[in-house]
Design a protein. Structure first.
Lengths: 235, 235
DNA sequence: AGAGCGTAGTACTGTATAATACCACTATGT
DNA sequence: ACATAGTGGTATTATACAGTACTACGCTCT
């Protein structure tokens, strides 16, 4: 794996580009002075001193006690803990300070793009309290395997209708003949995601509208019954 | 709790100021058109449309299917799930792409400021694998109660030396006579944090240096023995 | 003279925000 | 029929700020 990905990942965690480069240098060398860090990364000393001070302020590095000021990185594991804790605090604060939320509407929400559709599926898995039904292709299921595994581990009953024998511990998998069909995901009998999804694009609708939920539920139930009837004929 | 804190918390989760204001308006109203959202928040329509598009791209809002474009907020619970997942992915990526880390050094790291000291304590709690010893004042212990509770819940043995009868399920608490003393925290017999901490400031050193670890360990052990001896005399 | 240590300052770029202008359509009042 | 207000939406410019690039200066030590 190349260096840029490490820098990208750190930037996603709140580092600026130069902070990330300096942090990486500190990881690799154990501890460095500002002058050494600037030389090692090619960042001008002026910016290096500023970015190191910022790393210390953010808690991602510490000053090493000694004569000349040297710096050491916080371990990456601890950086992970730190950003997780801070984010939990922010989420907690947001929930505590949330305004009165208007309830009741069940609009049809547009979910466009493969990434957005998969992300919405993950949210359905993570938010599920009782049951999950999914009619998806195996390649799409693979992309949310971890989230489904976590759901089954939480005791969520997961039923899958798939185009081939896909396997997940704790999940009930039906294999249908049709090669491909629309996405249909139902969570807890209340939330539904449906539409088109392939490797390059996604165009789905998410809703808690009871009519749409019932429509998709009937569609799925019907298709699962066909699969079960066919399996019975074979036995 | 006033509105600014909600906006601050959202900004910490990746919203810009205007995105946060618009998101809040969408939460309060269920769904809004761009024009309505601009009016509701006082943001110019040009910026409002741009920020709403950005909210959709970030996954924090969706377009409502219908004639005129209307928008609805992702629930705050789901926003929490989303940012957690993304952060987990970034942490995972960073760990996977991490450079070779230089091992072995055990420098004395400076930890300045009350917030930074408490944060380092929390990291020690979260990272503990076996034991935690803490000599702290009760008011400081209160600030890390949640992290200590999580540690005991994970089976970490927590021993506290405190200036009054502080209580935490699963922790062993000794009460000393001295009103206040230096901070001394030892994790797993390997990591130590020590120094001064009061309500307005903190000035500590963190290290994995075996000499310092042993020094603080002896100091704590000695003081706990005195407390235990005194308790025995009283009985 | 060169390396190491550190700070101050300027300039450029990108982003967020503030603001204005323009265009089109619909509804309403006169 | 016309003017006005409201709604929907985009384009553009300007400003402030943070991040980054860069230069200059001063000091100490070898």
């Amino acid at each position: 794996m190349s260096s840029p990905d490490f820098i990208d990942a750190l930037q996603a965690l709140g580092f600026t580009g130069q902070e990330a480069a300096l942090y990486r240098a500190l990881l690799e060398h154990g501890e460095l002075s500002g002058y050494e860090a600037a030389k090692e990364t090619g960042i001008s000393r002026s910016n290096a001193y500023h970015a190191l001070a910022s790393l210390v302020e953010k808690g991602f590095a510490s000053r090493v006690e000694g004569e000349a000021t040297r710096y050491a990185a916080l371990s990456l594991e601890d950086v992970g803990r730190l950003v997780r804790s801070r984010q939990e605090m922010s989420i907690k604060n947001a929930l505590a300070a949330a305004p009165q939320v208007k309830q009741g509407g069940t609009p049809f929400l547009s979910v466009s793009g493969r990434a957005a559709v998969l992300e919405r599926m993950r949210l359905l898995c993570q938010g599920a309290e009782d049951r999950l039904y999914l009619a998806l292709d195996a390649t799409d299921l693979e992309d949310i395997r971890d989230d489904l595994a976590e759901a089954t581990a939480r005791g969520i009953r997961v039923t899958v209708l798939c185009n081939r024998a896909w396997e997940l511990d704790g999940a009930l998998v039906h294999v249908r003949r049709k090669a491909r069909g629309p996405v249909r995901v139902i969570a807890d009998g209340r939330k539904v995601l449906t539409g088109e999804l392939d490797q390059a694009r996604g165009e789905c609708v998410f809703s808690e509208n009871p009519h749409l939920v019932n429509l998709i539920k009937d569609s799925l139930t019907h298709e699962i019954q066909i699969v079960q009837a066919r399996a019975t004929e074979r036995n």
